[in-house]
Design a binder for this molecule. Structure first.
Ligand code: BQF
Length: 284
């Protein structure tokens, strides 16, 4: 049985460190604030937003919740973002994705001030990440990196395979592994010989969005396996992109779902909000 990478424990530690930092900032009259914007009624999104607001509370970060109806016009959401950009109490702006189909997500992301873009989705921040000179890291890839580091594995020179090429996870994840001198391959739905490529990975990151997509035959003996998937099964339980029970017998370390990458995403958001508060108060 592999080492279980405890995202819950690692995220708790990060949140505790963040909480301490926030209390020190509050001593200096700086109160980090995060605006959390939810449009519509998606049940999963509601859970994620509630997780974020709970974490703010635990970290002594002030959270400003905005819940808008499903039929909110793009223009109205743009106006809210503009108001939040100008509000000095708001250091970070988080617009929960996905947005309703009639709203252009890129248009909204582009409207968020890069200084308050705690998800690091704005093109300015994406560009900075590509160069390697960034203020914020996207929360999920940052969480994955912290979990890889928690195993003690040295990424430099290792074969890293990322399955999935989304702007939110796959692409930035590959970039972060590359910055740490990993030899990185990005796989996706058009990839040929996927199992063969995955089998070469010393570090395998699965961000596919399909239940138990990564099977034991796709994993190298002794690999580190990071499961980004959050799939809801018919019975309501959460399930990752990795066939955990089979893969755990083969790899050196693996993240569970739930309790792996998910809680880390939230912890990194808290960290980014504190960074944003520091930048906006000329402390960074
Ligand atoms: C856990 C997300 C897909 C699309 C948009 C803890 C979260 C999830 C799981 C969470 C996610 C996934 C979030 C666990 C935020 C992660 O205990 O395993 C926390 O709240 N997440 C999101 O905001 O948007 C998403 C996944």
């Amino acid at each position: 049985m592999a080492q279980l990478i405890d995202g819950k424990a690692v995220s708790k530690q990060i949140k505790e460190e963040t909480a301490k930092e926030v209390l020190a900032l509050r001593e200096q009259g700086i109160v980090p604030g995060l605006a959390v914007v939810l449009v519509g009624e998606d049940p999963a999104s509601k859970v994620y937003v509630s997780n974020k607001q709970k974490a703010c509370k635990a970290c002594h970060i002030e959270s400003f919740g905005y819940v808008l109806p499903e039929d909110t016009k793009e223009e109205e959401l743009l106006q809210l973002v503009e108001t939040l950009n100008r509000d000095d109490k708001v250091n970070g702006i988080l617009v929960q994705l996905p947005l309703p189909k009639h709203i252009d997500e890129n248009k909204i992301i582009n409207a968020i001030s890069p200084k308050k873009d705690v998800d690091a989705f704005h093109p300015v921040n994406v560009g900075k990440i590509m160069i390697g000179d960034y203020d914020f890291l996207p929360c999920t890839p940052a969480g994955c990196m912290a979990l890889i580091d928690s195993t003690g594995v040295d990424i430099s020179g290792k074969r890293c395979v990322v399955i999935g090429r989304s702007n939110i996870v796959g692409k930035p994840m590959a970039m972060l592994l590359l910055h740490r001198n990993g030899t990185v391959t990005i796989c996706h739905s058009k990839t040929k010989n996927l199992p063969e490529i995955c089998r070469q990975a010393d570090i395998l990151v699965a961000a596919v969005g399909r239940e138990k997509f990564v099977t034991a035959d796709m994993v190298k003996e002794g690999a580190v396996v990071i499961d980004v998937g959050i799939n809801r099964m018919e019975n309501g339980k959460l399930c990752g992109d990795v066939d955990f029970d089979a893969v755990k017998e083969k790899c050196a370390a693996i993240t569970p779902v739930p309790g792996g990458v998910g809680p880390m995403t939230i912890a990194m958001l808290m960290k980014n909000t504190v960074t944003a508060a520091k930048i906006q108060n000329s402390m960074k």
